[in-house]
Ligand binder design. Structure first.
Ligand SMILES: Nc1ncnc2c1ncn2[C@@H]1O[C@H](COP(=O)(O)OP(=O)(O)O)[C@@H](O)[C@H]1O
Ligand SMILES: [Mg+2]
Length: 280
């Protein structure tokens, strides 16, 4: 049945697929792998960038290689937590400072993310995060503005104007992401030229170390002293006409329809490039 399905997909005349799917089985490389098997052109990141971008630990390790500044962090798996919780807490308290942010390594939309002000909250936050993943990341919390840039391109990516998110809640949690009343957006974000130049350079380096294709949204923390830390990249950012990624491009003189066309042509370009490769 599976083979029949694959065959019917192959025979149908799709010019290009735009996989606007978020989260698990959407932007984590699985659907992208499926489209690779079918050898269909598709928009956006390939298997490697998608899966590396989905796992916060792998993403941070790649950022380290690219010398991108990030907040201090540690990570562990459920089995370690079950066997040596006290040692892990000691390690976190030695490497990091409260408040800490506890996150499942693979998810998004702030699901399972908590802020912990002390040890009791930390333990609770880890238990929550473990419901969503077997791998957990813990970070030192920073007091900073949240600034995002849209990246567009293949081998020579470009960046949009910056956008700032101002959640009215304690942090940019699930509710503030999906309830417009809880968040203000500042586009373009008021950042000095020098800061923008650094953000743009870092966003492109993040895109390249992941071997990105088409698009990513790069999210940063900018402190009041203009220290910059990369928080994450999103390999398939929200894409409604009121989502940050398309709005950033709209404010960079690239209207929604033109952006979609550009993304489609980037996807077709990647596919065409791959057809030229030899496999033996
Ligand atoms: N180290 C941190 N310091 C301060 N705030 C943080 C930190 N990590 C996360 N946050 C807050 O939590 C939100 C969600 O965390 P994030 O890592 O972006 O997860 P997700 O992938 O679910 O978007 C961020 O947008 C920010 O508001
Ligand atoms: Mg985020």
């Amino acid at each position: 049945m599976c083979l029949n399905f694959l065959a019917s997909m192959k025979e149908s005349k799709f010019d290009v697929i735009f996989p606007l799917l978020h989260g698990t089985n959407g932007e984590d490389g699985t659907v992208q792998g499926f489209l690779e098997v079918l050898n269909l052109p598709y928009v956006g990141n390939g298997v490697l960038a998608s899966s590396a971008g989905m796992d916060k630990v792998v993403m941070k390790q790649l950022f380290e290689i690219a010398n991108l500044p990030q907040v201090a962090y540690t990570y562990f798996i459920r089995n370690d937590w079950n066997k040596k919780q006290d040692a892990l807490i000691a390690e976190m308290e030695q490497k990091l400072t409260y408040p800490m942010f506890v996150k499942p390594a693979n998810l998004g939309s702030s699901v399972g993310v908590s802020k912990a002000d002390d040890r009791a909250e930390l333990i609770k936050a880890v238990e929550v995060a473990l419901k969503y993943d077997r791998k957990i990341v813990v970070e030192t919390g920073v007091v900073a503005r949240e600034v995002e840039l849209a990246v567009l391109g293949n081998d020579e990516p470009e960046t949009s104007v910056p956008g700032e998110i101002k959640p009215k809640t304690a942090f940019y949690d699930y509710d503030s992401k999906y309830n417009d009343d809880n968040t203000d957006l500042l586009i373009p974000a008021p950042v000095e030229d020098e800061v923008y130049a650094q953000l743009s350079d870092m966003a492109k380096r993040a895109f390249k170390i992941l071997d990105g294709s088409g698009l990513v949204r790069a999210d940063f923390f900018v402190t009041k002293d203009n220290e910059i830390y990369i928080n994450e990249v999103n390999t398939l950012p929200g894409f409604t006409p009121i989502s940050m990624y398309p709005i950033l491009w709209q404010n960079t003189d690239l209207p929604y329809a033109d952006l979609i066309e550009k993304l489609i042509s980037l996807g077709m370009e990647r596919h065409a490039e791959k057809q030229q490769l030899q496999y033996q």
